[in-house]
Design a protein around this ligand. Structure first.
Ligand code: SF4
Length: 386
């Protein structure tokens, strides 16, 4: 197809028109990089003319690494009864929350494996304890997979499980576990996980109960371009029905310490093209977060010129993606500097994307060098899963 057709699609998308999956595939594979990025940036500027790029201070706390689902890309989990399996005591989780609050975190992300004994009751107790001790912390946690698992363990339907953990303190649901939603690539990397349709079903139920969430995508495990677009289409279709996704967060598969080792990774350029395409295709999702953690700080800065309006979080603690090799640490001072160096105005946000502190000039920039990302060293030898 000719450049004229590509230009027309880009112009329509930049003007706020909707593009079809076929058109998205054409743009992803054929559009000149600078033209794709410029169209995405036009859309971002229209949504956020103030030039503000947000960041969050949060902590990911993993309550257990024991998991029965054994996703092939996951370097974090251990099978039940494995010598390296653990469950964090509640006291330790609360201690980590206290540390996070002390460093200015506004959100905690509690995530873990599918422990065979963790039903809804476990999460009710955990969230209630965190809520009681730290009412100021937003609990943005879990993902559809964990909700399905706990509902199964407790013999409840999905809506009831969500109602109960929400009543206990859960504020919103993370987009975790989306990986690749289309059936073929999903089966290849996570054969025991719920289907993409089921992941979306849990999100739909949560949205209809008034609980918002984010949506994610992990690229680079051998999926086709077409499958990447199908993933975007599935997210957009649900958003059209519920409006419950606050943000879309694409990131790249990390190849260390897992069973997919050796598969082709997504290149940085492919990732950046996906960021731009997501801004154009997901015309019904407000925020687009790019991942400096998996792609690096340079790519993170570039993404701010390709439609992204959020650079994610400092992540005072991260154990899952870093177990698989992500090593791009940052800190508050550096992250704000990165945003400013990309010619944007940095602002700390809360989970709902409200601005908490806008750093209008370098004079307003935070100086607290203690606020840095910390990765656990739990990257362990791969244990063969049958
Ligand atoms: S990604 Fe989540 S569900 Fe899959 S094996 Fe790892 S901990 Fe378990």
């Amino acid at each position: 197809m000719g450049t004229q057709v590509i230009s027309e699609i880009l112009q329509r998308a930049a003007d706020g028109g909707r593009i079809s999956p076929d058109e998205a595939l054409l743009l992803y594979t054929e559009a000149p990089f600078h033209a794709l990025g410029e169209a995405a940036d036009v859309v971002r500027r229209r949504r956020y003319p103030d030039g503000i790029v947000t960041y969050l201070i949060d902590r990911n706390i993993n309550y257990t690494n024991i998991c029965v689902t054994a996703c092939r890309f996951c370097a974090f989990h251990r099978a039940p009864n494995h010598a390296e399996g653990w469950v964090l005591p509640t006291d330790e989780i609360l201690r980590r929350c206290a540390e996070a609050v002390d460093l200015g975190a506004t959100q905690v992300m509690l995530q873990g494996g599918h422990h065979p004994e963790c039903g809804v009751e476990y999460y009710e107790t955990l969230f209630a304890e965190v809520r009681r001790a730290f009412p100021e912390l937003v609990i943005h946690s879990l993902g559809p997979s964990e909700i399905l698992h706990m509902a199964k363990v407790s013999g409840l339907d999905i809506a009831e499980a969500i109602r109960r953990i929400r009543a206990a303190g859960l504020d919103s649901i993370a987009g975790a576990g989306a990986e690749m939603l289309p059936a073929r690539p999903r089966r290849a990397i996570a054969p025991l996980k719920e289907s993409g349709e089921r992941w979306l079903e849990v999100m739909e139920i949560a949205h209809r109960l008034g609980m918002e969430s984010t949506a994610t995508m992990m690229i680079g495990t051998g999926e086709t371009h077409d499958e990447r677009i199908t993933h975007l289409r599935m997210i957009r279709d649900l958003q059209q029905r519920t409006g419950g996704f606050r943000a879309f967060i694409p990131w790249t598969y990390q190849p260390a310490n897992n069973h997919l080792k050796g598969r082709t990774q997504c290149t940085t350029l492919e990732y950046l093209r996906m960021v731009a395409l997501a801004r154009l295709f997901l015309d019904n999702i407000a925020h687009l977060q790019s991942s400096w953690l998996t792609t690096g700080k340079d790519a993170g800065q570039l993404s701010l010129h390709l439609g992204a309006d959020d650079l994610g979080s400092i992540m005072l603690e991260e154990n899952v993606i870093s177990s698989a090799g992500a090593r791009h640490r940052s800190g508050l001072v550096e992250l704000v500097r990165m945003i400013r160096a990309a010619d944007r105005i940095p602002a700390q946000r809360d989970t709902r994307y409200n601005h908490l502190r806008v750093h209008r000039t370098p004079h307003d920039d935070p100086r607290d060098e203690r606020v840095v990302s910390h990765f656990s060293s739990i990257a362990l030898p791969v244990v063969e899963v049958q």
